[in-house]
Design a protein around this ligand. Structure first.
Ligand code: AMP
Length: 214
């Protein structure tokens, strides 16, 4: 099972991908998580990516495509995977096809911009393991530290409201065209993002089941 989770930043792709990943026993491959890890470790890729992510811009296609190619060659990705945050441009989607990867389903999670802006202010992340939380919708047990590793939770630099606006602009310009791209291939299912994580999960799982059958 090979799936793509599409949607604006903050639409809930990562959260839903983690849940679906557990249910279907396939890894989630998140380019955002890989890039943040590379930045933290100050690798060559990380140093090249930092200025783009800090300002809410997309990291150049060739860099991200290289990251994904490498990750998809790992043994745990051979029986299926969920791509979270990739592809984000038409050239990235074409690169996936050029790798000979035939996606089964593309799940598009839709949330209006105003709701995204309100939501992003409550997002928190663990710097150490990359787990994500939300003060209101998905709090950690004590609201301050990570449930998985105990590290203190922080606000991602690119969740700053000005950067969020920039990220939404980039989404509408460069990523939204992928909706029509995958619709034309008959692979798109749409989920309307709900207030509660579990409601979105229910709709996501229903959409996947329906998408697999059709
Ligand atoms: P995310 O956690 O998916 O919102 O990604 C955080 C940041 O990483 C984005 O704002 C981009 O700067 C960068 N990034 C993640 N995935 C991609 C991608 N597929 N193409 C280009 N840049 C990406």
């Amino acid at each position: 099972m090979k799936m793509i989770f599409l949607g604006a930043p903050g639409a809930g792709k990562g959260t839903q991908a983690e849940i679906v990943s557990e249910k279907y026993k396939i890894p989630t491959i998140s380019t955002g998580v890989i890039i943040r890890e590379a930045i933290k470790n100050e690798t060559e890729t990380g140093l090249a990516a930092k200025a783009y992510t800090d300002s809410g811009k997309l990291v150049p296609d060739d860099v991200v495509i290289g990251i994904v190619k490498e990750r998809l060659s790992q043994p745990d990705a051979q029986n299926g995977f969920i791509l979270d945050g990739f592809p984000r441009t038409v050239p990235q989607a074409k690169a996936l096809e050029d790798m000979g990867i035939n996606m089964d389903l593309v799940v598009d999670i839709e949330v209006p911009d105003e709701k995204i802006i309100a939501r992003m202010s409550g997002r928190r992340a663990c710097k150490k393991c990359g787990a994500t939380y939300h003060l209101e919708y998905k709090p950690s047990r004590d609201g301050k530290t990570c449930d998985s590793c105990g590290e203190e939770l922080t606000v991602r630099r690119d969740d700053d409201p000005e950067v969020v606006k920039q990220r939404l602009e980039v989404y509408h310009e460069q990523t939204e065209p992928l909706i029509d791209f995958y619709k034309a291939l008959g692979k798109l299912v749409t989920v309307i993002g709900q207030e509660k994580v579990e409601d979105t999960t229910r709709l996501t799982l229903e959409a996947i089941e329906k998408g697999i059958k059709s």
